[in-house]
Structures are given as C-alpha cells and as structure tokens.
Design a protein around this ligand. Structure first.
Ligand code: ATR
Length: 288
C-alpha cells in the first residue's frame, strides 16, 4: 500500500551535486512503501556553496534524515552535532540522522560494505585483502576492514595516495597491518597471489567502459573472493572473469543496497526490506 502524503509524513532525502541520477529515492521509497511507513525520500540538488544553509534547513524543516553524496561527504562533518567514530576515522559522512534537532553523522558506506561481506559469508578477521584504488570509496572500505582486523595491501595508480591512506589507517588502528604500494604489474601479481579478498574501489569497468577490468583474469584463482564496488553494470568484467576462474564474487549492488539498508534502519528503527530494495535498484538499473 502507498501512503498518501499528509501532515505527518516524515521526510528523508539526499543532497548532492549532481543528484538527479541518484538511485536512492527509488530504493528508499520502495522500502517505505513495502513496510507501509509514512515516510518519503526526495533528491535535493545542493551546490557546495549552499551546504551550510542546507544543513540549517534540515534542522529548521525537521527533515528526519539525509544522505550526503558527492561533493558533500567531507564538508558536512563540521556542520553536525556528533559524528560516529568510524565516520570520523574515515573523514566522511554519507548519512545524517535528525533526532529532534540534534544531527548525527554516520558512514553507512563502510557499514554497508561489511554487511555485504557478512551476507556473502566472508569474515575479514585476519584475512589478506588487496584494495585497488585509494580514493573516497577506498577510504571507507579500508578503514572498515582495518577495524575488523584484516591485513591490507592498498594498490593505487598514484602511490602517494595509497601511502597517505595507509597512514590514516594506522592513525585510526595503531596495530593494524597495512601497506600502500604503486599498482604495478609486479605488485599486483605478488599481492593478489597471497590474497583472500580482492576489492576494486576504482571506477575501472563502470559503464560505458564495460570491457575493462582492474585485475587481469589470469591472476584470479578459485580461493579468491572478488568484490567490485562498481554496480553499473551489476556483472562487471572483473566479476565475470572472477566467476569464470571459480572465485566467489560480490557485486557493488550488494554494497549499495546495504549502505541504504543501514541508513533506513537508522531513520526508521525498522529492519530494512533488503530484497525489495535490491529489486527496486535492479529495475532502475535496467537489470531485473
Ligand atoms: P571515489 O570517491 O569514487 O573513490 P576518487 O576519490 O576520485 O573516487 O578515487 C578514484 C580512485 O580510482 C583513485 O584511487 C584513482 O587513482 P589515482 O589516485 O591514481 O587517481 C582510481 N582510478 C580512477 N581511474 C583509474 C584508472 N583508469 N586506472 C587506475 N586507477 C584509477
């Protein structure tokens, strides 16, 4: 049943620039309807210069929750009343909860990544993980894994960025095992050979460049689990190669769904209908 909008409807949304292609409205509204909750989720196009005004507006209008996407995930931190410890370590917030005017920031990209691993029965404790890329998405993934005691190798085209990310990991988790290296053929071969989990956090393989993969197929073996955070297409070249090599695969769609599910639970206090959210996303992506 679809709730009609009334004086009691609670409003959630996403702020970003650009924001019109966000899949979050489709996913969250499907979830609200499935649970018959009197909530609605909308997209707000917010320029960087208007971020502080938008957060004041969230307080003034009593919006229940917001997602922050590019370019606001970092800039929003000092505008909040509290920030969850993992989000602070990552240095980025993607979900804000408004409890009667008190705004708390969370990073459900990190939580969603871990939930996607749990769903796929991969426990990261003491596992060797290779992370390809060292940008914003890699930061959430790497800190989430470091917090769970994984042993990390970060490989990046620009080695200094990988080294900087590892420094951040060690500041957050002093006894963590992490190294950052250039993404050369040799480093990739050596790191992947010893890995349990390989995570691509770069945009390599994203539509329209669907023929590309960050990891050569010949390096992937049946004992690997391969996680590609790209979700468009759902079956990337990397995941297809991994599947053909007998490796286990986890799609970026799972991370997208779970980051949404964690946000949904923070805003509504209800268990998220993850299957319905996943189906709504697949339909929106044209992949049923
Ligand atoms: P996001 O927030 O999505 O992680 P980002 O912060 O711009 O985006 O980071 C993109 C990451 O993908 C970086 O690690 C980038 O490598 P550089 O630091 O060398 O720029 C990596 N990346 C993007 N395109 C790539 C490509 N074609 N080959 C290898 N790495 C790539």
């Amino acid at each position: 049943m679809t709730h009609s909008i009334s004086g009691q409807t609670r409003v959630c949304g996403v702020i970003g620039d650009p924001v019109e292609h966000s899949l979050s409205p489709v996913m969250h509204n499907a979830a609200f309807q499935a649970l018959d909750l009197d909530y609605v989720y909308v997209a707000f196009h917010v320029h960087r210069a208007n971020l502080a005004a938008a957060i004041s507006g969230m307080r003034a209008l009593g919006l229940r929750g917001l997602n922050a996407t590019i370019p606001h995930k970092v800039g929003v931190l000092p505008l909040l009343d509290a920030v969850d410890p993992l989000a602070r370590q990552i240095g980025a917030v993607n979900t804000i909860v408004n409890d009667e005017g008190r705004l708390t920031g969370h990073n459900t990209d990190a939580a969603g990544f871990l939930q996607a691993l749990v769903q796929n029965k991969f426990s990261p404790e003491n596992k060797n993980v290779v992370i390809i890329g060292a940008g914003g998405a890699a930061r959430a993934v790497t800190l989430a894994l470091a917090g769970r005691g994984a042993h990390l190798i970060v490989l990046n085209r620009t080695p200094q960025t990988a080294a900087d990310l590892v420094t951040r990991v060690k500041q957050a988790f002093a006894d963590s095992q992490a190294i950052g290296l250039e993404m050369s053929d040799e480093n990739l071969r050596a790191a992947v050979g010893d890995a349990d989990l390989i995570v691509n956090t770069t945009s390599v393989g994203m539509r329209p460049e669907v023929g590309l993969s960050a990891v050569p197929a010949r390096l992937i073996e049946p004992h690997h689990t391969v996680f590609d955070i790209v979700y468009s297409p759902v079956q990337t070249r990397l995941l297809r190669d991994a599947g053909l090599s007998g490796a286990r695969t986890i799609s970026g769609l799972d991370m997208l769904v779970w980051q949404g599910a964690v946000a949904f639970e923070l805003w509504t206090g209800q268990k998220a209908p993850v299957e319905i959210m996943s189906r709504a996303l697949r339909e929106a992506l044209g992949e049923k």
